[in-house]
Write a protein that binds this ligand. Sequence first.
Ligand code: 5IU
Length: 268
Amino acid sequence: MPTLKKTYAQRSIDCAHPLAKKLFLLMENKKSNLCLSADVTRAEQLLELAEKIGPELCLLKTHIDIIEDFTPSLTQQLRTIADKNHFLIFEDRKFADIGNTVKNQYQGGIYRISDWADIINAHSLPGPGIISGLGEVGLKKQRGLLLLAEMSSANNLLDAEYAQKTLRMAEAHPDFVMGFISQKKLSSNSHWIYMTPGVQLSEGKDALGQQYITPEKAIIENGTDIIIVGRGILQANDPVIAAKKYREAGWEAYLTSITPKCAATFRS
Ligand code: 5IU
């Protein structure tokens, strides 16, 4: 049986990172640890999802480069909906280049990611220069970075040693790195936040190597914090109802993972 965890509110006190603090409190207040992976290709679809499903989410994850009709007005509108519905925006850009290049990719180009995304992620593969490069842009805007410590896809090359080395890199940059994309908790330090993709209500896989675990496995057994769900919601007959189900499953799993006393207070 895994050890019982602190509440999100308790962990918000443990962390110095302003955005991590904000996210932990948002999760606690909104009673949601659900991130929607809004993998759609039209601007209108993205805005509609944000409007309709936003009330269920702590976080909305984008792949802005798959939008076919992108204009800067899309990300401005998305920002407005996020602020209105109280969720943060995570651009799943997976930066993976030298510091100087990722800095330009983060602040410039047509997407100007640093202007609208609260959270971004990066591979640790290039070494700590990637954190410094992104930090030069993101720190002054109070943004947060997640490092990819583990992936959900079958036979990926991110082994246990890679994950531990990624943790060490994060530990050297706690001002900008707020947590990890991972399948499990990596450290006993409670200020890190762990987000887990490859989640559906039952275990399984897709035809291209994606592997799914359940919300219970991610949060109770593996000790992570946020479930990232794409097709489990997007391909449901009614995505809003599906999002509510995932939200409830994620939140119940969280309540089970914290102390029985705290869980009783929340449930009453
Ligand atoms: N994603 C993963 N696995 C990973 C990482 C990111 O699935 O290890 I890092 C992304 C890819 C997709 C979403 O945008 O999370 C999962 O979508 P589905 O729930 O539709 O599989």
